[in-house]
Design a protein around this ligand. Structure first.
Ligand code: FES
Length: 254
């Protein structure tokens, strides 16, 4: 009897300790709601209220490629540029999991009961349109190429090599957005995930190696999704503050 009682006490002490150390399930949805809402509001403000996103050799990622200069699109240029990456992000498999949990509570987290109602999932519009994600991948790959061109030109100070804080910010932006894009589930499917048999495909070794590399990145896709989102936001804000004169760009070489 005494043994059973002490077993019970020990069990409850372990459960209490476990409860104290385990992260609470609602941390993640609350974090998602706050950060997504702030990011979307900031993006809408940036896209609909500004026509310029360039400071000297620094181009904000929201305005890259610089369609305003090339194609003479002067009506909300960021809207034309940002819609592909924003749609790519909005339909991302990882983000879908996050915002279904955070905003729709369907379900709110693993092992947490959802609200009693009929769940239609992605069987009808507008959520069914999330299947277009793979098609948003292609324009996003083009945008990544332009971001790399911007990262390189951020080190070009009037024809000679230089380094400013903006150069580093834009370089890291290109790296992080590349990691996010190349770890995409649709990209993994494209390079080899769709194959049942690698040795039956053309260039089997190349396809298999690519698929292995992309699969390694894909395991960290959620991490890249968050870091690249905050970084692109910060990079745009940095260029915006330089344009308004609120900040000066520290230079180490120029
Ligand atoms: S699954 Fe997240 S970007 Fe494709």
């Amino acid at each position: 009897m005494l043994g059973a009682e002490s077993d019970g006490m020990a069990h409850s002490a372990v459960s209490d300790a476990k409860r104290r150390t385990e992260p609470r399930w609602w941390y993640e949805p609350v974090f998602t709601v706050i950060s997504f809402t702030a990011f979307v509001l900031y993006s809408l403000w940036e896209v609909f209220t500004h026509n310029r996103g360039r400071y000297a050799n620094y181009v904000s990622p929201y305005f890259s490629p610089d369609v305003a200069a090339w194609l003479h699109i002067h009506w909300l240029p960021a809207l034309w540029v940002a819609c592909a990456p924003l749609l790519f992000r909005a339909t991302c498999y990882y983000y879908r999991r996050e915002y279904y949990r955070a905003f729709f509570h369907d379900p709110p987290a693993c092992s947490i009961a959802e609200r009693p109602r009929r769940y239609a999932g992605e069987t009808r519009p507008p959520l069914a349109w999330n299947y277009l994600h793979r098609f948003f991948l292609y324009p996003s790959l083009v945008v990544v190429a332009f971001l790399w061109a911007d990262a390189v030109s951020a080190f070009d100070f009037g024809g000679h090599f230089g380094i400013g804080l903006g150069s580093v910010v834009l370089l890291l932006n290109a790296v992080l957005l590349s990691l996010y894009t190349f770890s995409c589930h649709a990209f993994r499917h494209w390079v080899g995930g769709s194959l049942d048999c690698f040795s039956c495909a053309g260039r089997p070794r190349l396809r298999y190696t690519l698929w292995r590399r992309v699969s390694d990145l894909n395991r960290r896709h959620g991490l890249f999704a968050w870091i690249s989102m905050f970084w692109v936001w910060g990079a745009d804000l940095y260029v915006r503050l330089l344009i308004t004169g609120a900040l000066r760009d520290p230079r180490w070489l120029s």
